[in-house]
Design a protein around this ligand. Structure first.
Ligand code: IMP
Length: 338
């Protein structure tokens, strides 16, 4: 079997995603227990205990979710669709524990001034960062305010320099990979998530660009988080993995004796409701309890992965150069059977 370096994965003939690859431990690990592994990092100047960012979706991140993620050492990006943004600034100052908020392309100065005054991260929440209007908005915000800006999304690194020139501090990588995303079906756009992350990572490294990378969409497990970070992401953005937790906006629904919460795409019918073009699905996901328990499980899985790989820090994980490309049968063999 060939052991692929990250460079070789980047020039692999097919576009790959998380289920196509595996991380191969090739060294005797010096790590004695998971607790020795350090997964702390800095993202846009903030200390993260776990490199997890929540999606700015109306069934994922409201105020309660953003606060609890901050308490758990992660970042929650408050969505722009429900009343969260209005509530956030209703008493003059921002509610404590909020780091980030998402805005639309048409966000007005009044909102941006409040965001800047409270030192929050701005996420320009669009489907396609490779758009002159998005870059113009980013440039405008960076010129007027002293804030960190996340733009998105991109599927490869071809335009990374232009995003950096427009002032972007971080970028969401992933088109078509989200679990409620129908973009690829509707438009034919998008490649595998691992291919997207690795391509963007190498453009950043080779062109020495200063921009942080978020692997966004398609992450289903702690193992996928480890793969995304090994592929070169600085942090992961999660929708479905955090959906269904107690802190997400929305009701718990009991159906057939089981508990569920709603999870829907930002471009789904339920969010748009105006006969606009739909690029997202709506679904129900099992109720999962607290988001802290989900974050803890991700943290444990990531640390365990790193202990197999002889990595004591995320910087070491990012240098991993031992990947396998799985056959369909070997992928299926990895899954537990009942
Ligand atoms: P998940 O973690 O696989 O569920 O993916 C979440 C990501 O899907 C989000 O962070 C967005 O980048 C993306 N996304 C959210 N809503 C939509 C939509 O309606 N259409 C396409 N992509 C979406």
């Amino acid at each position: 079997m060939k052991i692929y370096t990250k460079h070789e994965l980047n020039s692999y003939s097919l576009s790959l995603t998380y289920d196509d690859i595996s991380l191969i431990p090739t060294q005797v690990s010096r790590v004695k227990t998971r607790s020795e592994v350090n997964i702390k990092s800095k993202f846009l100047g903030k200390e993260l205990a776990v490199p997890v960012i929540s999606s700015p979706m109306d069934t994922v991140t409201g105020i309660a979710m953003a606060k609890e993620l901050t308490n758990s050492g992660c970042i929650g990006i408050v969505n722009r669709f429900d009343s969260s943004l209005t509530e956030l600034f209703s008493n003059g100052n921002v509610i404590e524990g909020i780091q980030a908020v998402s805005v639309s392309l048409t966000a007005e100065d009044e909102l941006l001034e409040k965001i800047a005054a409270n030192n929050l991260i701005v996420c320009i929440d669009t489907a396609n960062a490779n758009n002159a209007h998005v870059l113009q908005k980013c440039e405008e915000i960076k010129k007027k305010y002293k804030v960190k800006v996340i733009v998105g999304n991109i599927a490869h690194g071809g335009t990374l320099r232009q995003l950096v020139d427009a002032g972007a501090d971080a970028v969401r990588i992933g088109i078509g990979g989200g679990s409620v995303c129908t973009t690829s079906v509707q438009t034919g756009i998008g490649i595998g998530q691992v291919a997207s992350v690795i391509d963007t990572y190498f453009v950043r490294e080779e062109e020495k660009l200063k921009i942080e990378l978020i692997a966004d969409g398609g992450i289903k497990s702690a193992g996928d988080v480890a793969k995304a970070l090994a592929a070169g992401a600085d942090a992961v953005m999660l929708g479905r993995m955090l959906a269904g937790t107690k802190e997400t906006p929305g009701e718990v629904i009991k159906y057939n004796d089981q508990l569920f919460k709603k999870y829907r795409g930002s471009a789904s019918f339920g969010v748009k409701m105006k006969g606009e073009f739909i690029e997202g699905e709506e679904t129900m996901v099992p109720y999962k309890g607290t988001v802290r328990s989900v974050v803890n499980a991700i943290s444990d899985g990531l640390k365990s992965s790193m202990s197999y790989l002889n990595c004591e820090s995320l910087d070491e994980l990012k240098k991993i150069n031992t990947f396998a490309v799985l056959s369909t049968s070997s992928y299926l063999e990895r899954l537990p059977r009942k």
